[in-house]
Ligand binder design. Sequence first.
Ligand SMILES: O=C(CO)[C@@H](O)[C@H](O)COP(=O)(O)O
Ligand SMILES: [Co+2]
Length: 227
Amino acid sequence: MPMRIDPSILAADFANLEAELARIGTADLVHVDVMDNHFVPNLTLGLPVVESLQKVSALPLDLHLMITDADRWAPVYAETGAYSVTFHAEAATDVVATARRLRQIGARAGLAVKPGTDIEPYLQLLPEFDMLLVMTVEPGFGGQSFMEDTMPKLRRASEAVVKSGLDVWLQVDGGISEKTIEIAAEAGANTFVAGSSVFGAENAAAQITLLRDLASRHTHAPTQPAH
Ligand SMILES: O=C(CO)[C@@H](O)[C@H](O)COP(=O)(O)O
Ligand SMILES: [Co+2]
């Protein structure tokens, strides 16, 4: 199973985004954090910047929407041509209808849960999603510490995906570095968002390769039972 590294441009220089994209050519996707200062206490970027990134990025965009009223807004972001649109379960009224709309538009549909949100109710909806995002920090800011207590949830999600036989990607986001990526990979993640550990590195492309190599040591299905 391939291990994917998605650098988060939240840790990039916002005044030079095109140049920052040129530093991460070894990545699989570009993770774009959209925050509205309502769902999370921070404001980042919105549609105009996503549209501009779409025009200049050689890599597919992986949008992470941390905004309220996801039912309304997620499809609007998908219309930009984004490869993947992930919205939060806590911000949506009808997660299935929203995911279906995203797929109709042509985007992969991702569902995210905050560290305190149970993933169990969503595991019976796996056929509706292309990716599940288990947040490993409280959403809102880059540079936070990895929350290892989210691993039982990730492991449980991984078991459900393996059992389903579906190719639903399992993404982790927050505090992923060379010190933590193997913990998440061992618990079943295969898609890793990394902001500060990539853009803070002198050689971002080499750091991406290092992270992927570390994650690839754990390509097996989870070995420990869910908690
Ligand atoms: O969605 C978020 C934060 O809410 C992330 O995508 C961060 O941008 C990851 O940054 P690092 O923890 O890797 O620095
Ligand atoms: Co994110």
